[in-house]
Design a protein. Structure first.
Length: 254
């Protein structure tokens, strides 16, 4: 048989005083055309208007928020005239996002962002609802002649500056692009070494150096390796052989 103790936590939560400026977390119970209704397990539900959800101009409420989602927002008013609390996720983002961004910067986290605008000397993208700037020199690991080619494009970036005090967020796509390219090179090197092993069956070898320039959509691989077989004559030791340029499709190593 149920008793009042079974509802003790719910009762205490419903009686808890919520004030303007508090950051609260609740569950989305409805998404309308212009607002999100949130169950705060309190004496009133919360309402977040569409314009108070995000600063990101590409934010799509219908796609990004669904009933059952947990959402954190700041209390802007305790009564909207209809008994609901007025909330702002955008305000809460300002408080919480900078901590996330600082962690991303410290851990060098790679995240995808969509370029929303091309501006003087760079591009703009939003991360955690905060407007970030990507300098032209950091859009890629290569020289970018026409910035407009990146407009609307999704790229991977790292956070290099996250200053809450000055509201300054700077992103860079250079490191992520470089790491992706090096990852392809490592895979190609592994494929090449596997093929060399088949040819040099019984030989001991190692790759001394490799060179993989990109040209017209192809990766050209040139490897320098030394090899020996058992107690073969010294003339076989440290003997360098350069593989002929081998064209490999760039996406063949993905």
């Amino acid at each position: 048989m149920e008793s009042m103790d079974d509802y003790k936590e719910e009762l205490e939560a419903s009686l808890k005083k919520i004030r303007v400026g508090d950051v609260v977390t609740g569950t989305v119970i409805d998404v309308t055309d212009d607002a999100v209704i949130v169950d705060l397990k309190a004496y009133a539900d919360g309402v977040i208007r569409k314009e108070d959800l995000s600063e990101d101009p590409d934010f799509n409420m219908a796609e990004m928020i669904h009933p059952g989602d947990e959402i954190t927002a700041t209390v802007m008013a305790t009564n909207d005239g209809e008994g609901n609390m007025v909330l702002s996720k955008k305000e809460a983002n300002q408080v919480l996002a900078w901590d996330k961004l600082k962690t991303m910067m410290e851990e060098r986290t790679v995240v995808p962002v969509k370029i929303s605008e091309i501006v003087n000397a760079g591009a703009v993208a939003y991360l955690e609802g905060i407007r970030g700037f990507i300098p032209a020199s950091r859009l890629s690991d290569e020289y970018v002649e026409d910035l407009k080619e990146f407009d609307g494009k999704t790229i991977e970036v790292t956070v290099i500056t996250a200053d809450e005090e000055t509201h300054r967020l700077v992103l860079s796509g250079r490191e992520a692009a470089r790491e992706k390219k090096q990852g392809k090179e490592r895979k190609i090197c592994a494929i090449f070494c596997k093929n060399v092993q088949k040819v040099l069956d019984g030989w001991t070898y190692h790759v001394v150096s490799s060179y993989l320039p990109v040209k017209e959509g192809f990766l050209f691989a040139r490897f320098c390796f030394s090899a020996r077989k058992g107690k073969a004559p010294l003339k076989f030791e440290n003997r360098e052989a350069i593989a002929s340029f081998v064209p490999l499709l760039a996406n063949g190593a993905e």
